[in-house]
Design a protein around this ligand. Structure first.
Ligand code: HMG
Ligand code: MG
Length: 330
């Protein structure tokens, strides 16, 4: 049935091989999920979160940001946390990228790798589709951002470090309103042209619907191969899973999310958390896709971290699954 449904649209790829069935989840909880928390989360709790996500079968876990601690205080322990992560897990088949908005950030990540005696496998740069968000989030215009990113990509290449790109506010910006999909597609292509291996399209304020996603991806796929695109949804209007399924139906196989629906951006007022990893995994598994993630373990992580942060678990599937199963230790 899934195949029949998929074939009805021109931009849709039928599921024909096992590779087509695998969706890589990039869990961004330790970074995007926690960056907006007002109370400081201890480095130990962050490390435990990373440990639990690794154990649950995630293949990519974004662990921290090498950004200015004046801008995002919650990520101020990156230099303490990251060497420990690399030392413990490097070479285990899981990737642990970090955000590096400029050369100073990349240097911080490289120093951590040196300290751990491990290679720096992957970093991520982050720009926006709107000038308003670019200024608020990074204090520079879109073009100034590209200049800084090119330096990061050039330096990263010398260390064999892969660079992922985030393009935020791809549907709408809290300051500039709705975006033109053609413009977003051109910006997304610029990241690949400069040497990034993948671009993650972020609906940072979570206002998009599946129709917005469709209109956006139709433009993006005119410029960029499907396999270089990831989708990053926020759940402000409860559209996160629907939007991801639209992206997956159109061929996207990399999806960003956070356990317990954690997160929100410090520079996107009113936006709620990222789409929850549990909701995404539940929907994908139910539709015959594979993620390699253990739903029992995942749902206990959502419950545990929500309790640690003293907030309600933002994942509907996570809560329901956790309630039904034999409880592992929290
Ligand atoms: P700036 O203030 O314009 O930079 O910030 P500056 O070059 O003038 O430097 C100011 C100070 O910051 C200096 O320190 C620098 O050394 C320091 P001081 O002399 O005042 O003591 N500094 C740094 N410190 C540590 N690490 C660095 C670094 N760079 C400069 N890398 C900057 C420019 C880009 C650094 C700043 O705006 C910043 O850090 N912004 C980060 C904001 C952020 O992390 N936002 C959240 C992530 S993006 C997001 O959430 C969206 C996403 O999740 C996708 C989605 O949801 O759509 C990716
Ligand atoms: Mg986000």
């Amino acid at each position: 049935m899934l195949r029949t449904a998929l074939r009805t649209r021109s931009f849709v790829r039928p599921l024909s091989t096992n590779a087509d069935k695998f969706v890589r989840i990039v869990d961004v909880s330790p970074r995007d999920g926690l960056q907006n928390e007002k109370a400081m989360v201890s480095t130990e709790t962050k490390l435990e979160l990373i440990d639990r996500l690794t154990d649950a079968g995630l293949k990519t876990i974004e662990v921290t940001s090498f950004v200015s601690p004046k801008w995002v205080p919650q990520m101020g322990d990156a230099k303490e946390l990251y060497p420990q992560v690399l030392k413990k897990y490097s070479g285990n088949g899981v990737t642990y990228p970090v955000l590096t908005p400029n050369l100073k950030g990349l240097q911080g990540a490289l120093e951590s790798a040196k300290q751990a005696g491990k290679p720096l496998e992957e970093v991520a740069i982050f720009g926006a589709a709107s000038e308003g968000f670019s200024m608020k989030n990074t204090n520079r215009t879109i073009d100034q951002g590209f200049e800084a990113f090119q330096q990061v990509v050039d330096e990263a290449r010398k260390h064999n470090t892969r660079v992922r790109a985030y393009l935020s506010t791809v549907i709408a910006c809290p300051y500039d309103g709705f975006m033109d999909p053609k413009r977003v597609a051109e910006l997304a292509k610029r990241y690949l042209d400069m040497g990034c291996y993948e671009v993650s399209l972020g609906d940072t304020i979570g206002v998009g619907t599946p129709s917005h996603v469709e209109a956006l991806l139709e433009q993006v796929f005119k410029h960029i191969p499907t396999e270089k695109v990831a989708y990053h949804a926020h759940d402000t209007y409860g559209q996160g899973v629907a939007n991801i399924l639209k992206a997956v139906e159109m061929g996207v196989r990399v999806v960003d999310s956070c356990v317990g629906g954690l997160g929100g951006c410090p520079y996107a007022k009113g936006a709620t958390g990222n789409v929850s990893t549990e909701d995404v995994v539940y929907a994908l598994h139910g539709m015959g896709y594979e993620t390699g993630i253990d739903m029992d373990k995942l749902s206990s992580i959502g419950e545990w971290i929500s309790k640690e942060l003293n907030r309600a678990n933002g994942s509907r599937a996570g809560k329901a699954h956790f309630t039904k199963m034999d409880k592992p230790k929290l």
